[in-house]
Design a protein around this ligand. Structure first.
Ligand code: ATP
Ligand code: MG
Length: 237
């Protein structure tokens, strides 16, 4: 359904604030059971910041990240990206915005099983109707050490390789803001450090904002700010 486009930044929103959540809540209803996966979350992320979100399993980190990126609808509350309420944006305008300006590395990769690694990586460009830059593609896939696996299907790749393909796909459109949900969860310590180094280098090069969920204290320690989720409630930052 088409929604009316509205410009309604929250009062007092800092113009440097590229991402904001206000009273963001997600409740799952299963029979009589109500699970408040995300409970009244407020947060502000400034342009160019690296913010990490930590918390135990089931605390609501993925649910929060999906809503912040507009991949999932909240039960209530708002998300502002670039000062605009994303859930009030016209569907077409938001799809375009998301495709061109947001990258997302999923915890479970979400690679399309019938497409090769190369086709998966290039999919966001195809959707956005963007130009294919072979040089950037080569650089990215070499840095992520997947350049010799580009014609493999996801089922022919290891978990760590799939994770790196998912990272390349998230970066291919050079997004302004990158969301990463446990991007190193399937990597050994050395590969995890390499991927984080790459994400931080890309962030510096593109003046990108990075919001990352992680279990790894060494990675969280590299963030500008760390939020902690506990039973759907956010603290710190
Ligand atoms: N589609 C759903 N239906 C019902 N409950 C859900 C659904 N998705 C998530 N939940 C519940 O919401 C809570 C938060 O889940 P979420 O996946 O956000 O946790 P998480 O912090 O990312 O955990 P992990 O570290 O294990 O990835 C959990 O209790 C989970 O069982
Ligand atoms: Mg999760």
């Amino acid at each position: 359904m088409k929604k009316k486009r509205a410009f309604s930044p929250p009062p007092g929103l800092d113009p440097d604030c590229v991402l904001a959540a206000r009273a963001l809540t997600k409740t799952y209803f299963q029979g009589d059971l109500h699970i408040k996966a995300v409970n009244d979350v407020y947060l502000n992320v400034k342009r160019g910041e690296f913010v990490s979100i930590v918390g135990s399993s089931g605390s609501g980190k993925s649910t929060l990240l999906h809503m912040l990126a507009g991949l999932d609808q909240p039960t209530s509350g708002r998300v502002y990206l670039g000062g605009e309420d994303i859930f009030e944006m016209d569907d077409g305008a938001f799809s375009e915005f998301r495709c061109k300006r947001i990258g997302f590395i999923f915890q479970s990769f979400n690679l399309l099983p019938v497409l090769t690694a190369k086709e998966n990586i290039l999919m966001p460009q195809k959707i956005a109707g963007g130009t294919h830059f072979p040089h950037y593609f080569r650089e990215l896939t070499e840095l992520l050490k997947i350049d010799d696996r580009l014609n493999h299907l996801p089922s022919e790749l290891s978990g760590g390789q799939q994770q790196r393909v998912a990272a390349a796909r998230a970066l291919i459109n050079k997004p302004d803001i990158l969301f990463a949900d446990e991007p190193t969860g399937n990597l050994d310590a050395a590969s995890a450090k390499e991927l984080i180094d790459l994400l931080l280098a890309t962030r510096a090069e593109l003046s990108q904002t990075l919001v990352m969920v992680t279990h790894d204290p060494a990675i969280a320690a590299r963030a500008d700010r760390v939020y902690t989720m506990t039973n759907g409630v956010i603290s710190g930052g």
